[in-house]
Design a protein around this ligand. Sequence first.
Ligand SMILES: Nc1nc2c(ncn2[C@@H]2O[C@H](COP(=O)(O)OP(=O)(O)O)[C@@H](O)[C@H]2O)c(=O)[nH]1
Ligand SMILES: [Mg+2]
Length: 365
Amino acid sequence: MQIGIMGLPGAGKTTVFNALARAQAAVGGYSAPTAQPNLAVVKVPDPRLDALGSLFNPKKFTPAEVQYVDVAGIVRGSGSESAGSLLAHLRNTDVLLVVARAFGSVATLGTEPTPLDDIEAVRLELVLADLDVVEKRLERVRKEAQYNKGTPAERQVREIEVELFGRLHTALADERPVRDLELTVAEQKLLRGYGLLTAKPMLILVNVSEPDATADALIEQLRARLGIHSMGTEVASLAGKLEMELVELSDAEAAEFTEALGITESGLTRVIQLSYQLARLVSFFTVGPDECRAWTLRSGSSAVEAAGSIHSDLARGFIRAEVIPWDHLIDAGSFVEARKRGQLRSEGKTYQVQDGDVIEVLFNV
Ligand SMILES: Nc1nc2c(ncn2[C@@H]2O[C@H](COP(=O)(O)OP(=O)(O)O)[C@@H](O)[C@H]2O)c(=O)[nH]1
Ligand SMILES: [Mg+2]
């Protein structure tokens, strides 16, 4: 999974990136829109995999990975022109993390944060960037349609595209994101190559000074004001600077610190969980004395697709999958005991993998 971090300059994007990626990129600097983004690959913290690891004591322990891309700040009102190169870095991402400043005064940024305005500004820039792409494509397919080039099959695809891009154009011109449109599976597939930004799920991350009741109230207020209703959007808060400082501490020091602050759940873990949900991804696990490993899969994938994500041989020779929810396996303490309890199921190729399944694929070589 790739997560793109974006927002206005000074929102705390790089701070959040450092916290999420345990990285040490320079914060507070100004980056030109053309600057190379900060990149990091991070092992996904997952308490479920930790528990399975404790049970099996494997030689190898392999968490899932997330790639973070921290781009330069988007400039308010820059329009599609300058946004283009910046947003190009975001086209391949699965989720957009929009950071908005809600922490107090920073010398260079003025005193009062304006998260609602900032989020609206970013949303507008995203719409404009997509509008630019859609307009160009529409112009081109219309021209091609005029000359009536290509085979009948090609002409048919083009007709579908003219209609689809026309619909996208109307929505975007109305400042509606592509994700709010009801598109068929075929249409979604056709659009995949364009990497439209407003089609991506969006997690709005409100960067607060402290994770307290005031922050919670702000999130509720923003959720209402922004009209968060579509499936692919969510608002959450994160105390970026605090989380960044926490990852710089030793585990013991961090535990002491979080206890003193009354924080029970890691903000970072929550960001990743929300990103998985928004991107409609699920995790499944393979376990044993050699390796305990987490795998990432599109929600709705079948057992044979899960097998294929491990190795194509497993999909080709697929016989059946032995499946058990991770917590049942932990409760039982072993596969033998789980089988006795009747909790280990045999599933066929079409079984729909559930988040948290432990899977063993039986296959012919
Ligand atoms: N007080 C406070 N300052 C923050 C927080 N997050 C970021 N900052 C400061 O805001 C400035 C800009 O942060 P940076 O991460 O570079 O923002 P970017 O331009 O969005 O990448 C830096 O001086 C940070 O130290 C926060 O949660 N609280
Ligand atoms: Mg930055």
